[in-house]
Design a protein around this ligand. Structure first.
Ligand SMILES: *Cc1c(COP(=O)(O)O)cnc(C)c1O
Length: 391
């Protein structure tokens, strides 16, 4: 978001984190979205419609799969996989885009815009815009459009217009700035559908709400299968949306460890410092001028120099544990899960699997761990093929 930060509100703070550090004109637009969200989030009609689409379009509820072979390999706690990879479009992102587009419709939006980095959120947004017949513009850094040409084409197939952003470094941050500029200019007609548990209020709260269906289901499922809560829930952390959804219904269960896994190459929580980036305060990897540092993870979805404010708070308060694994460990977990369970995970999700294997070894066999399998690996097969050719 723009660096001309002027106004900050108390709304949407998590301890010292979160808030809304944006210019006043944008603040007013965000306040309207916050108001609509407050009004509809507990509205029975809204929730009926949300549940309908989650079931009949996304394909929820998805299974909690006992990973028998993985469990035997690790030789400790039972490992369960929450199967967000089986959702329509192949990841958890659709939970949020369905929720937010229903809100946009209620707000009378005639047009949807979004940012995207690698293209996954752009695809999930273009999907729901197609479903609801709304024109959709996706801002994507020029550099990213070149790296992810196939995702650009996917969005176009779904009817979206992809705008390559040449400003700045032509990366995700620049795409966010363009999208916010568009929103300020066209807020009468336009809804900005943000993709992760980041950004200024109300986005982190809203994304938490729409992704919390993950743990609502997994809690019911694990109690059915094990008769008790898991010892830990493990999820990868980019901006933090799949992790906060996987943690949500366990935050008030102190016996359940909440473990967020970052790539060591983009370890915002593990190695960052509190800073304001992109309109909110969080742990971030910044340089001496407080500018976000470039990161490089093999998993494009985890390649973000900041992290959601609620994760920052869970870390600072000690409720959450945040750990790192290397790209190599994630790649090994990707190959292993494919081989022993017949499930090709997203490279992002493979980070969580890699850590869960280590954690399982330290826990007794009558305990269980839930790993949030945030997405499927089809999108990564070509990249992994190329990485293996290089060796
Ligand atoms: C986008 C993405 C992520 C990272 O985003 P979060 O907001 O941290 O969840 C993780 N896994 C997959 C499969 C993704 O597409």
């Amino acid at each position: 978001m723009s660096k001309s930060t002027s106004v900050v509100t108390e709304a949407g703070t998590f301890g010292e984190f979160g808030g809304s550090y944006v210019p006043e004109e944008l603040q007013r637009v965000l306040a309207k979205i916050a108001e609509a969200f407050d009004r509809y989030k507990d509205d029975p009609e809204f929730n009926k419609e949300l549940r309908y689409y989650l079931k009949d379009y996304v394909g929820r509820e998805n299974p909690l799969t006992f990973a028998k072979n993985l469990t035997e390999q690790a030789g400790g706690a039972k490992i369960y996989l929450k199967r967000e990879d089986l959702n329509h479009t192949g990841a958890h992102k659709i939970n949020n885009t369905i929720g937010q587009i229903l809100l946009a419709k209620r707000m009378g939006a005639k047009r949807i815009i979004a940012e995207t980095g690698a293209g996954q959120h752009g695809v999930a947004t273009a999907t729901v815009a197609a479903l609801f017949g709304l024109p959709c513009t996706i801002y994507m850094g020029k550099y990213d459009t070149e790296r992810q040409a196939l995702n650009v084409f996917r969005m176009e197939l779904l009817g979206a217009k992809v705008v390559p952003v040449e400003k700045g470094q032509g990366r995700l941050k620049d795409a966010v700035d363009e999208a916010l500029g568009d929103l300020v200019q066209n807020h009468e007609t336009t809804y900005y559908l943000l993709g992760s548990a980041v950004g200024p209020h109300p986005y982190p709260t809203m994304v938490h709400h729409f992704q919390s269906v993950i743990s609502e289901e997994s809690k019911r499922q694990i109690l059915e299968k094990e008769g008790k809560l898991p010892a830990a829930v493990v999820a990868c952390v980019g901006g933090g949306s799949n992790a906060i959804g996987a943690f949500a219904h366990y935050i008030d269960e102190p016996s359940v460890r909440l473990v967020g896994v970052e790539p060591v190459e983009a370890a915002s929580i593990a190695e960052g410092v509190p800073a304001v980036i992109h309109g909110f305060k969080c742990y971030a990897l910044v340089d001496e001028n407080n500018n976000p540092k470039p990161t490089y993870s093999i998993a494009a979805g985890l390649d973000y120099p900041g992290v959601g404010p609620e994760h920052s708070y869970l870390k600072a308060s000690g409720r959450g544990e945040y750990v790192t694994v290397t790209g190599q460990e994630a790649l090994d977990a990707f190959l292993n899960l494919s081989k022993v369970e017949g499930i090709i995970p997203a490279l992002e999700s493979a980070h969580a699997v890699a850590y869960a294997m280590k954690l399982a070894k330290t826990l007794p066999k009558d305990e269980s761990i839930i790993v949030n399998l945030s997405g499927r690996g089809d999108k990564d097969v070509k990249q992994v093929y190329e990485m293996l050719q290089k060796k």
